[in-house]
Design a protein around this ligand. Structure first.
Ligand code: 13P
Length: 255
């Protein structure tokens, strides 16, 4: 296991929080706190906050991402945003297949794959989310399920494109619940994801992919989670809305 083969990435997922003015304020507060990061730092903000976020983050080490993109380039898809639109703004990352989109907005493994391909075609880095519900963990199918989600998400993704793929393991039962997976649970599933990628592309390719954990990661538990050999950072919800907490998590991943 060699973590130096891939960057650690701490990405904030702001979900449906913050107006453009609040975005400017929070990023201005965060900038000095994460300036010395030795990991990649990304903030995924609501679509309407992207321009404010890009302006506030300009010249800093904070990169800006969106929380979804559509799989078509353009057309009659009311309310949707294409990957090309994001790219033109200067966005560099996009979250794909978050469990909230799967649960509340009908996202499936198939549409996750289509959106992933669209993001890659536009030159964006896709943060692809996988993870099980509590019932599935209790049924003992977590590893198989997450492996399958990963395989489907990566259909037709070339080995060359893997440098633009991040996988985020987010057990649904740990999201916004304060109930974090243990570091060993997180590491076990992240390792399963890496083995799955190794099965598709070979071990060297799999060792180069960043695999994050997400689900109630916070300033108190980040150190232990990101210290695990297969956990290469985190996708952070609630704690990414508090500058000093987010900075502690970034510092943990910078060690
Ligand atoms: P919380 O950190 O609020 O649990 O959210 C995790 C998440 O869903 C990140 O995408």
């Amino acid at each position: 296991m060699n973590k130096s083969l891939r960057p650690a990435v701490i990405a904030g997922n702001w979900k449906m929080n913050k107006t453009p003015a609040q975005t400017t304020e929070l990023i201005n507060e965060m900038k000095p706190l994460v300036a010395d990061a030795a990991c990649d730092v990304v903030l995924c903000v609501p679509f309407v906050d992207l321009q404010a976020a890009l302006a506030a983050a300009e010249g800093s080490n904070i990169k800006i991402g969106a929380q979804n993109c559509h799989f078509e380039k353009s057309g009659a898809f009311t309310g949707e945003i294409s990957a090309d639109m994001l790219k033109e703004l200067g966005v560099t990352y996009v979250i794909i297949g978050h469990s909230e989109r799967r649960t509340y907005f009908g996202e499936t493994d198939v549409t996750v794959n289509k959106r992933t391909l669209a993001a890659l075609n536009a030159g964006l880095t896709a943060i692809v989310c996988v993870g099980e519900y509590l019932e599935q963990r209790e049924q003992g199918v977590t590893n198989e399920l997450v492996a399958l989600q990963t395989k489907i998400a990566l259909q037709n993704v070339t080995e060359g494109d893997l440098s633009k793929i991040i996988i985020a393991y987010e057990p649904v039962w740990a999201i916004g619940t304060g109930r974090t997976a243990t570091a060993d649970q997180a590491n076990e599933v992240c390792a399963v994801i890496r083995e799955t990628i190794a099965g598709l592309y070979g071990k060297a390719a799999a060792d180069s992919v960043t695999i994050q954990y997400g689900g109630s990661m916070n300033a108190a538990n980040a150190d232990e989670l990101v210290g695990k050999p297969d956990v290469d950072g985190g996708l952070i919800g609630g704690a990414s809305l508090v500058a000093k907490d987010f900075a502690v998590i970034v510092a943990a991943a910078s060690k």
